[in-house]
Ligand binder design. Structure first.
Ligand SMILES: [Zn+2]
Ligand SMILES: [Zn+2]
Length: 71
């Protein structure tokens, strides 16, 4: 799979990750890496440890998430 964003720019760059939101392939240059704390909203028992999860997203999805409502 090639990076989706690079493909839009007529370039063929192998993807190194998959966007966890939209599922497109992303190269290192277009990848946004972040961590997220895992929240437990209801007491269904401990499902995750206390470590943060790593998430890779494309810039479109990552940007949309991180901008959010104006603080
Ligand atoms: Zn790319
Ligand atoms: Zn995405």
């Amino acid at each position: 799979m090639n990076c989706f964003d690079c493909t839009q720019e007529q370039k063929n760059v192998p993807a190194v990750a998959i966007c966890c939101h939209c599922g497109t392939g992303i190269c290192a240059g277009h990848m946004l890496l972040s961590t997220e704390e895992v929240h437990h909203e209801v007491g269904t028992g401990p499902a995750w440890g206390k470590r943060s999860a790593r998430r890779a997203t494309c810039r479109t999805c990552g940007g949309a998430e991180h901008e959010g409502p104006a603080a």
